[in-house]
Design a protein around this ligand. Sequence first.
Ligand code: GDP
Ligand code: IMO
Ligand code: MG
Length: 421
Amino acid sequence: MVGLQWGDEGKGKVVDHYAASADFVVRCQGGANAGHTVWVDGRKMVGHLLPSGAFHPDPICVIGAGVVLDLESLCEEIDALNAVGLEVEKRLRVSRLAHLVLPYHKILDRGRDRLPSMGLPIGTTGRGIGPAYSDKMRRVGLRVGDLDRGESVVRSLLQARLEEMAPVMERQGMEYPDLEATLDLLLSLGNRLQPCFVDTGHLIREAIRTGRRVLFEGAQGTLLDIDHGTYPFVTSSTSSALGLGPGSGVPSRSIEHILGVVKAYATRVGEGPFPTEEKGAHGESLREKGKEFGATTGRPRRCGWLDLPALGYSVALNGIDALALTKIDVLGGQEGLKICVGYEDMSGNEIPFTPESHVLEEVIPIYEEMVGWPEQEVGSSELPEGALRYIERIESFVGVPVVFVGTGPDRNHSVLRHGGL
Ligand code: GDP
Ligand code: IMO
Ligand code: MG
């Protein structure tokens, strides 16, 4: 299950729906930059690192090798779920190969956009994602499995990193993390979670071999993918479905279905091209009605119309079999409803979607006006005629069926089509 836009498509709610019948729910990439929301009986639950299977009592929750793990954030999430009676620690499995997000990664990340040497501002979530993946790729990172190699090994690994970063951070006027405090934090959190640290690749491969149901939960979205997204305005992981194999340790041919999650309109948080963005009243009304404020940072999300050329790209790149369309209820009663069906350049020549940001910044969207429909009761199990036409337009453009339609934020607010998945 993967997001097809710029994140926040409603993946949490869709995963929660399918997790009811899953044995395992697996996160493969990203970190605490994700914010996946599910409303359960009027209570808001937000997962950052925990897979959205955590909101059901039974699925085994797995954090795979491709995730960058902030132990503090993970423990906070576990405690928050415990407080509402959902025990997850006993059914949590964390890859020993996953890299750790350390306090200095977060400090570097939060200072990033102030530094002229870093190029264009990106508006990251400040969760240390880019710096942690940089250390991983430079092959100097600390991994979960290092935590039980003894205090002296962890101290020397950490010391090497802090000594490297100290001059950089001092030069840039950033606060400097203390070695002993960082070490204590890592060892105590590591100690607490020690029983969860396992070979998750083997675990998932065995689960698949023995016919268990395994659901992989994407974080961020396809257009934020480090290689195939709108670089440099992307996250630092493979957030398309292409990252699923390396991030979890299973051969990609084991995957039976790839479900893409798409919001009925478009949103983006942070910087970067957004051809169908509505900066005026329409955007404001989508933000208000859709409650488009970040689940991780609380930032207002940029809003606009659904972009079918971009969606077609994501469907093709991921090999999507079926779509889950969320937030159709938000478009009920929306004035001036339209949908982007192509792009043209300044001279009126049609051009295809490209993730190259400098080109995408310049395209002019070609719109089709859509017949709207009156606002429905939130969570309605009937789709109005206009909404059905809207859904059919999406299906005919991208050639993939919409099997799940979200009609409200609650876990039960959905309608299945074509027999579901
Ligand atoms: P994710 O990151 O893809 O899991 O999405 P977020 O949780 O960040 O943002 C999606 C927001 O939309 C959350 O506030 C959800 O509660 C909400 N949501 C999800 N599906 C629906 C839906 O079908 N209708 C409405 N009105 N809200 C929805
Ligand atoms: P979920 O899983 C929306 C965006 C940030 C920023 C860029 C890079 O909830 O859909 P990062 O902190 O990853 O280095 O930030 O990516 N971003 C997201 N936007 N939803 C997310 O996750 C996001 N995770 C990162 O806003 O523009
Ligand atoms: Mg989110």
